[in-house]
Ligand binder design. Structure first.
Ligand code: GSH
Length: 222
């Protein structure tokens, strides 16, 4: 209900991994929300009003107040709807979950995009090398755990959804079960999680998103 005190609304774009993060968190919590589709490259005035700083989706609106940045939104959701926690309760473990999620955004996301979509082969190889180095840290961090936090699916798993998504959609050859056996197994656990299954866009939608993004990236480099 527009304008309602309790209104929960998500501005997103189908296929965006950052938006899927928020959708998975909302599903885990069982929070109903309105969804507003945005067109990348031509965002609505409302979206720009809510996120004038970054001008990006996702934007999450709760009780009329906008929040942007997917990891910030995840924390807000976890603090607002406390059941089915996404972050661990122990302060040290919480700090570690934030650390690895930030690491994923800082060290994995850009090299993953570049190694999948850069046209220049040298640049692509350099990005792949950077990504390889970063994935090795995540491989080590997984140890023999089912999910990053242990038995329960949580914050870092949601943040790390780029990995299985790229592996699947961008036919990310770099990432084989031989190179990263733990991440490979984790990717399967990730996809098998019922909430993930329910919230993943179709392959066609994902391909559409990646195609549009790679065109935008290519145009921005001209
Ligand atoms: N750091 C942001 C990244 C969000 C982001 O990169 N969003 C892209 C789509 S995936 C976007 O909205 N781009 C604006 C546009 O293409 O018009 C987050 O975690 O939410």
């Amino acid at each position: 209900m527009a304008g309602s005190e309790e209104e929960v609304k998500l501005f997103g774009s189908v296929g965006s991994p950052f938006v899927i993060r928020v959708q998975i968190a909302l599903k885990l919590k069982g929070v109903e929300y309105n969804y507003q589709e945005e067109t990348l490259g031509s965002l609505s005035d409302t979206l720009l009003k809510f996120n004038p700083v970054y001008k990006m989706v996702p934007v999450f609106l709760h009780k009329g107040k906008p929040i942007s940045e997917s990891l910030v939104i995840l924390e807000y959701i976890d603090e607002t709807w406390k059941h089915n926690p996404i972050l661990p309760s122990d302060p040290y473990q919480r700090a570690m979950a934030r650390f690895w999620s930030k690491f994923i955004d800082d060290k994995c996301v850009a090299p993953a995009w570049k190694s999948a979509f850069m046209i220049d082969e040298k640049e692509r190889e350099k990005a792949a090398e950077e990504l390889f180095e970063a994935l090795q840290f995540l491989e080590n961090e997984l140890k023999d755990k089912k999910f990053f936090g242990g038995e329960e699916f949580g914050f870092v798993d949601i943040a790390a959804l780029f990995i299985p998504l790229f592996k699947e959609v961008a036919e990310f050859k770099l990432f084989t079960s031989d190179q990263f056996p733990k991440l490979y197994k984790w990717s399967q656990e990730f996809y098998n999680h019922p909430v993930v299954k329910e919230n993943m866009p179709s392959k066609d939608q994902l391909f559409g998103y990646f195609k549009a993004r790679s065109a935008t990236l290519a145009a921005s480099r001209k």
